[in-house]
Design a protein around this ligand. Structure first.
Ligand SMILES: O=C(O)[C@H](O)[C@@H](O)[C@H](O)[C@H](O)COP(=O)(O)O
Length: 260
């Protein structure tokens, strides 16, 4: 378990730009070291804001897009192409604008697709896809993602793991169906905390004053069932990327010296 590191930026726009620059560098380093990189995307405004910032970043094409594996941390279980799906929004923000290898882009199954309306079967299929992509050196049922990004909800949820919900308590499976989610739509698919923790680095994105309480709770020792963001950490690094508004309620001992 890696102790959370915090970086606070002036505002959400600068946070998105700085996080995008950070992601470019991390992907380039992974590709130089191992020939490819593996990144897990998140839905939500902060996640999409980062992708949009990456799209307009000057160094964007220093990434070899053909050697990048993209996964999702969660998905709203809606029909393919639905504007509310995380992959639809990611494609609009960035993916449709870069030369990715389609075989290396792994959206979660859509409602009405191969698994019909069965989110649990769709989740199991995604778990199998992750397991098939895991290499022996990954030492587990999912690839050892280089960076796994998570937006943080105002209730401290991450991915589609909501406080006190069954999915946040899952300790065996890597992907589960989520039913009755408090954030619409109610039916979702989500990586579980064990899958999240397989990542080399976990980056939590929190911008806006509506995230200040969630950041303070998650970073002040709350339990992962009550505050799922508290249970999201990487094998080598756990990085909270905040703006000043989201950092406003952090205890003095945690809050970095000044916004970057
Ligand atoms: O499917 C989703 O809704 C997201 O994956 C969800 O986990 C999101 O990241 C948080 O709710 C933060 O969303 P905002 O960045 O929009 O506040």
């Amino acid at each position: 378990m890696s102790t959370p590191q915090l970086v606070v930026h002036r505002d959400k726009e600068l946070m998105a730009q700085a996080a995008a620059a950070r992601l470019i560098t991390r992907i380039i380093d992974a590709q130089a070291a191992r020939g490819s990189a593996s990144v897990v995307l998140t839905g939500g405004r902060n996640g999409n804001g980062l992708l949009a910032a990456l799209r307009s970043a000057p160094a964007r094409d220093a990434i070899d897009w053909s050697r990048l594996d993209l996964w999702w941390g969660d998905e709203r279980f809606l029909p393919e192409g639905d504007p509310d799906r995380n992959d639809t929004q990611a494609r609009a923000a960035l993916l449709d604008d870069v030369p990715l290898d389609p075989a290396r882009v792994h959206p979660m199954p859509a409602a009405g697709g191969a698994y019909g309306a069965d989110a649990d079967a769709a989740a199991a299929a995604y778990a199998e896809e992750l397991a098939a992509a895991a290499r022996p050196e990954d030492l587990g049922p999912v690839p050892r993602f280089d960076v796994l990004m998570l937006g943080v909800g105002p209730d401290t949820h991450v991915a589609s793991l909501f406080p006190e919900h069954p999915a946040v308590r899952e300790t065996e499976r890597t992907v589960v169906g989520v039913h009755g989610a408090p954030k619409p739509p109610p039916t979702r698919i989500s990586l579980t905390l064990p899958a999240i923790r397989s990542a080399r680095e976990v980056w939590l994105l929190a911008a806006g004053e509506d995230k200040a309480q969630a950041a303070a709770v998650a970073l002040s020792g709350a339990g992962e069932v009550q505050a799922p963001a508290a249970g999201a950490y990487g094998r080598k690094r756990t990085l909270w990327l905040l703006d000043a508004a989201a950092a406003a309620r952090l205890p003095g001992t945690l809050s970095p010296a000044a916004p970057a």
